[in-house]
Design a protein around this ligand. Sequence first.
Ligand code: FAD
Length: 464
Amino acid sequence: MAEFDYDLFVIGAGSGGVRAARLAAELGARVGVAEEYRIGGTCVIRGCVPKKLLVYGARYAGEFEDARGFGWTCEDLRFDWATLIRNVRREVDRLNGAYTRTLENAGVDRFLARASLETPHVVRLAGRDDTLSAKTILVATGAHPFIPNLPGREHLITSNECFELEALPERIAVVGAGYIGMEFASIFAGLGVAVTVLYRGEQILRDFDMDLRDGLAEAMRNRGVNLRMNANVAAVEKDGGAYRVQLKGGDCVTTDLVMAATGRVPNGSGFGLQQIGVKLGWNGHVAVDEFSKSSVENIYAVGDVTDRMQLTPVAIHEANAFVETLFNDNPTPVDHSFVPTAVFSEPELGTVGFTEGKAREMCRQVDVYKSRFKPLRATVSGRDEKMLMKLVVDAETDKVLGCHVLGGDAAEIVQMAAIAVRLGATKAQFDATRALHPSAAEELVTMRQRWEPPAPVAGSDAAA
Ligand code: FAD
């Protein structure tokens, strides 16, 4: 008789949990997984995938506008939200089925229930009298949207509810200007909703490169999104069928829907972790080492619940490394260097490596190459929007430390550039690469001119 029911029990069947469960089972482990909502997790059910499909849907608005310059007549255009959301939900259902079959085919036992831990080896599933035991536990419970604690917070929806909307509002206020806020602002604006973004900071997308932040803010404003910075929400009140968003300082925004895009909190509490000695970090994340091991010997955690980088490929990488370490006799620490990421706003933004600001903190001398240009397509479409490309280079080693792109296909471009950046390519090697012409991305291998910060003007603050 085996000492435990399972070699591995995974709590949460999202990006990290499904990957770890499948790989461990394929290596011969007896694996069980519990999921309290839907197999596939955030990315598949109410994150990356349905979001990107909505992005595609919303982008047709700009495409139709641009088509006119190319001779197309686009009259009597109408958009039907019910069709879009129905088709998106159908794809989500398909993926939910595909992920379920993946686990099934790998021989993983699936439990559609909330799991909690009674001891480091004993799992209780909601709705069942018995318990299950496992040698190793993997916590892959993800994160949930954070709603600020302000009067009227019950009126706010989050990204979760955006996928449940049966009709589009005429106006929406998006509170927060991180990537989820910017993406949904662009989606709603593209679909004809009047969007106001309210953010307490100075500029959108904190932590991204400053040129991209400024460039995207300008482009979104030109596309009709009302971006209000230094706007601190004090309260939200229901006013008949509408809402009044009260700002600190007295101003007020009236709208039909208010979305909180104010960050995501790791799901580290409420299922027994602390009670059995697992240490949680400042925002409730499971604190882990480089092998994703928690403070309890047999309990590991991967993905958003560890709050290292809340991205799907990161959760998957951590799951891969965890399985290699524990089930393939190959200790593999996680590697979070040079993870590319995108904001699927309109226009889109892609980025990998150091921002200019970070590079200036880390290196003695930094060279910056920047190109801001009108893409070929815009010469005929007439769209007044510039594309921005930027390389951040360590002047001492000539290594490209960061690549930042704002404009069409930025995510696709940066995914490829990320290979070179990760391999430590130098600026000279970028330059030695032949351009693919005519493309926007060729700009990345033809930027010869270093960008110099403007010289301080005598007598100004900058010169002091
Ligand atoms: P999840 O995928 O969240 O899975 C955790 C699962 O655990 C959930 O299904 C949950 O129901 C379950 N669970 C929680 N507690 C329990 C319990 N006690 N018992 C049983 N089950 C439990 N990332 C990208 O890389 N690119 C993107 O474009 C992108 N877009 C996003 C857009 C939105 C709107 C959101 C919200 C996220 C987006 N992300 C994106 C982030 C990405 O979805 C997450 O980083 C990823 O899903 C994390 O995977 P995970 O396995 O850690 O957690």
